[in-house]
Design a protein around this ligand. Structure first.
Ligand code: PEP
Length: 251
């Protein structure tokens, strides 16, 4: 039985006092059972403080990006070694906003996934099609290529530890959600691809999230789908109350 993983992606939002208040608000309220895992993906400057604040709670703290090198002359970048050193457990890689605005490619995502694995971080790898690609019936092939490229060179064991977030780009921050059956169809395809490149056991194990305008009103239906194991949530993760509702739905 796979657990549900609910990850809140705050993007470039909140100052430190707001981030800390959020954690205080949800502290002690996140369901303690093993069925659900709650992750908050925060901006770099606040990660150490949030890791400290989350100690003793069930909330894990994630970064929203990182560089693939361990150290060196990469001004402005943050390495996997640094993230692991401060107690970050997860890292979002290949978010569509990074692919669109910061020249992230399948190749750099793959390098980052390898680096995350090497340094004990769990990558949350984002894949998803544009509206144009969906309308041209290219969703499955686009997503399949992104998944294969991101996971290239990983062992089945490493693939099994990865989280994949299927996020149709047209549904991110737009209020438009893929229907739960359409979302499930793509997640099922991703699972099939994982079975082909790794093993059936890995495919049964890997966590596949859906992301794109997930909110308390639609989470139950999405999580009722057999191949959707959680959600990567932007807007609805900014308020402690709605984030808690999403986590509770997964418990
Ligand atoms: C996201 O940032 O990954 C996302 C899915 O955003 P939203 O929930 O706001 O659509």
């Amino acid at each position: 039985m796979r657990k549900h993983v609910i990850a809140g992606n705050w993007k470039m939002n909140k100052v430190l006092s707001e981030a800390e208040a959020f954690l205080e608000n949800i502290s002690g309220k996140v369901p303690e059972n093993e069925k659900v895992e709650a992750i908050v993906c925060a901006a770099f400057p606040f990660l150490p403080a949030l890791v400290e604040k989350a100690k003793g709670t069930k909330v894990k703290i994630a970064a929203q990006n990182m560089h693939f090198e361990e150290s060196g002359a990469f001004t402005g970048e943050v390495s996997p070694v640094m993230l692991h050193d401060i107690g970050v457990t997860h890292v979002v890689l290949g978010h569509s906003e990074r692919r669109e605005y910061f020249a992230e490619t399948d190749e750099t995502v793959n390098k980052k996934v390898h680096a995350a694995m090497k340094h004990g971080l769990i990558p949350i790898v984002c894949v998803g099609e544009t509206l144009k690609q969906r309308e041209a019936n290219e969703t499955m092939s686009v997503v399949e290529t992104q998944v294969k490229e991101a996971l290239k060179g990983l062992s089945p064991d490493q693939i099994g530890k990865t989280i994949i977030a299927y996020e149709p780009i047209w549904a991110i921050g737009t209020g438009k959600t893929a229907s739960s059956s359409d979302a499930n169809e793509v997640c099922a395809h991703i699972r099939k691809v994982v079975g082909e490149i790794a093993s059936k056991e890995t495919a049964d194990k890997i966590i596949i999230q859906y992301g794109g305008s997930v909110k308390p009103a639609n989470i139950d239906e999405l999580l009722s789908q057999p191949d959707i194991d959680g959600a990567l949530v932007g807007g609805a993760s900014l308020e402690a109350e709605s984030f808690l509702q999403l986590v509770e739905a997964g418990a």
